[in-house]
Design a protein around this ligand. Structure first.
Ligand SMILES: NC(=O)c1ccc[n+]([C@@H]2O[C@H](COP(=O)([O-])OP(=O)(O)OC[C@H]3O[C@@H](n4cnc5c(N)ncnc54)[C@H](OP(=O)(O)O)[C@@H]3O)[C@@H](O)[C@H]2O)c1
Length: 280
């Protein structure tokens, strides 16, 4: 069985099987990206699952160094997936990284990424042109702050369908969630269950115990109560089932109030990876 490295460099045996199993257990939305090097495996998994393509929703992303080759990069992702079309294509990150065909993340001598000031409004115009090909159903962004969305919307012909950002109870981002709702931009939470520190939060653990569910389920239900789409990831079949079985849970709203208060009061424990874009 093939092995592959995840974005976080952990080595997995048989994504194909895991992913097909996820689809069989009811997952319909698969989130991948050019930069994760998993598109080919996602395509294989979808074909292996036997689930009709049109019943699945596939998201992939333009990498940060492909700012000036949107059409080419999109085609590369489309070919790697081999699924005919892409449901949602996102700009992975608003800050483009200098293009080097041999290095997706070239760095300065001080270790910081080599960025360029190529405007993301130009990237977005190229993303909009992709819609004319009929090979992508919707386009959106990822890791965009309110400030960057404001800049984008000034010249955008198409409002991004989605903004995918890091969101969990230690990074609740209520202003961004409200802003996106007002503009008709759906929010997708990445790292939705937070990190172990978030899943170990005493308020979350107490709620989980009270409702006889897991901390991750409490957190995922909290996202859903806010109207946020979630992309939980697990390599474990039991936790995959756990994470999809949250829609059947009903929490009294007071519990969410408690959780929300706890979350907004909590400080990101040095674990949130996306702080760079939140203030930019
Ligand atoms: N747009 C972006 O810039 C961006 C950035 C990061 C991630 N993402 C997307 O978001 C997806 C999820 O992000 P993520 O992996 O950072 O966050 P996550 O799904 O919240 O966390 C994954 C981690 O939590 C564990 N976990 C999952 N479900 C659990 C449960 N029920 N109980 C206990 N532990 C559980 C997993 O371990 P096990 O595997 O052992 O269960 C894994 O270590 C990624 O796969 C990627 O598609 C997007």
């Amino acid at each position: 069985m093939e092995r592959y490295n995840t974005r976080t460099a952990s080595n997995f045996p048989g994504l194909v099987f895991d992913c097909a199993e996820e689809a069989q257990s009811g997952y319909k939305h698969i989130d991948t990206a050019y930069n994760y090097h998993t598109e080919k495996y996602v395509g294989n998994a979808v074909r292996e699952s036997g689930i009709p393509r049109e019943e699945l929703f596939i998201t992939t992303k333009l990498p940060w160094h492909h700012y000036a080759r949107v059409a080419e990069s999109f085609q590369e992702s489309l070919d790697a997936l081999g699924l005919g079309y892409i449901d949602l294509y996102l700009i992975h990150w608003p800050q483009p990284i200098l293009y080097d065909p041999n290095d997706p993340l070239p760095k300065n001598p001080d270790g910081t990424p080599k960025t360029t000031n190529y405007p993301f409004t130009k990237i977005w115009a190229d993303m909009e042109r992709l819609l004319d090909t009929g090979k992508v159903r919707a386009i959106g962004v990822s890791n965009f702050s309110i400030k960057n969305l404001e800049i984008l919307l000034e010249s955008a012909k198409v409002v991004p369908a989605v903004n995918q950002v890091e969101l969990h109870p230690y990074l609740a981002q209520p202003e961004l969630v409200d802003y996106c709702k007002q503009k008709g931009i759906a929010i997708t939470a990445y790292t939705p269950t937070g990190y172990q520190t978030v899943r170990d939060d005493p308020v979350i653990v107490e709620l989980a115990s009270k409702y006889r569910v897991s901390p991750a389920q409490v957190i995922l239900a909290w996202h859903m109560s806010r109207g946020v789409i979630v992309t939980p990831k697990s390599a474990n079949a039991e936790r995959q089932r756990e994470n999809i079985n949250v829609s059947f849970l009903h929490f009294p709203i007071n519990s969410f109030d408690v959780l929300f208060l706890a979350s907004t009061a909590a400080t990101c424990p040095g674990a949130c990876r996306s702080s760079a874009y939140i203030s930019s």
